[in-house]
Ligand binder design. Structure first.
Ligand code: ADP
Length: 297
């Protein structure tokens, strides 16, 4: 079994991007690549993702502006903040950290981002480009992360049967579009799919993005199949300190959508959680930032 190692590829990507930044800045007097992260509220999960983005930025010589707004910010005020970032020529990429509070119109807010600075690839204009197979489309970080892992490990996509479990706008749907652009034969499964195991087993490559821990068991996979696990779930794990029952504490444990231990000896390759797609999502965001930076010289 081959482990699709996202940490290793993330580090290789960081080295490549760092070189690109150093070389470009030595050649001309341009300002550092800069990402603006707009956060509404203070979700612990978002804080942790933002920290990972800041660490990665530092590694490659990019900088980050991190703005935090109160959860009760109005849609108009948030839009005005994005417009400010659009006009700031020292800012090359803008992302709105998701999720944002329910009362805000997410797509209207995202669509305010100037498409040239849309490094998450979520504006309507960009989504349309991706659907059209336009090479200029920005591929959203998670999707680019999955594609990069497959390509790095030389797993063929062209003509292959790929089953995706999950149809979100953030992962499942853009992933299907990107894989169609790479000439795969794509099947998308979701909650209403009858006989999930039948659909997952027929795939050469199975990609799971359902947000459901251990959804994929040994009954959903077969030999010589590649499994890419996009799921990030936190489940309780009891940790016993000093082997005394009274010292048991519940601890959050990160798992994917596949039961890794159960499927790893059946399939030919699998990405672990943590350490698979997650680190590549961060690296891919910065790949998009560097592209956007170059497009704005
Ligand atoms: P994300 O954006 O992180 O991919 P979402 O929670 O927005 O995740 O979407 C989850 C997707 O996974 C939905 O499309 C849903 O239909 C699919 N899904 C969730 N549970 C199952 C399941 N048990 N079987 C098949 N599909 C599922």
């Amino acid at each position: 079994m081959i482990l699709l190692d996202g940490k290793k590829l993330r580090d290789l990507t960081a080295d490549r991007l760092k070189n690109e930044v150093v070389t470009a800045m030595a050649e001309s007097a341009i300002s550092k690549p800069q990402l603006a992260i707009l956060q509404v509220g203070d979700l612990a999960e978002s804080n942790s993702y933002i920290n990972q983005k800041k660490l990665f930025a530092e590694k490659i010589g990019a900088s980050v502006i991190h703005e935090v707004y109160p959860t009760k910010i109005s849609e108009e005020d948030l839009i005005a903040e994005i417009v400010k970032m659009n006009r700031n020529d020292q800012v090359h990429g803008i992302i709105v950290q998701l999720p944002i509070p329910e009362g805000l119109n997410k797509q209207r807010i995202i669509d305010t981002i100037d498409p040239i600075k849309d490094v998450d690839g979520l504006t309507a204009k960009n989504v349309k480009r991706l659907l059209a197979g336009d090479e200029q489309a920005v591929i959203p970080g998670t999707v680019f992360g999955v594609l990069s892992l497959l390509k790095h490990y030389e797993i063929p996509i062209d003509g292959k049967k790929i089953t995706i479990v999950g149809r979100s706008m953030l992962v499942g749907k853009p992933l299907a579009a990107a894989l169609l652009n790479e000439n795969a034969t794509v099947t998308i499964c979701h909650r209403h799919t009858e006989n999930l195991a039948e659909a997952t087993k027929q795939a050469d490559i199975l990609i799971v993005a359902a947000g459901s821990p251990h959804l994929i068991t040994k009954n959903h996979v077969r030999e010589s199949q590649v499994v890419v696990d996009v799921g990030i779930n936190f489940v309780d794990k009891t940790v016993r300190l000093a082997l005394k029952p009274e010292n048991e504490i519940p601890k959050k444990h990160m798992v994917g959508d596949a039961d890794f231990e159960a499927v790893k000896d059946i399939v030919s390759a699998i990405s672990p959680v943590p350490g698979g797609v997650g680190p590549m999502t961060v690296a891919s965001l910065f790949h998009n930032l560097i592209q956007a930076w170059k497009a704005q010289w």
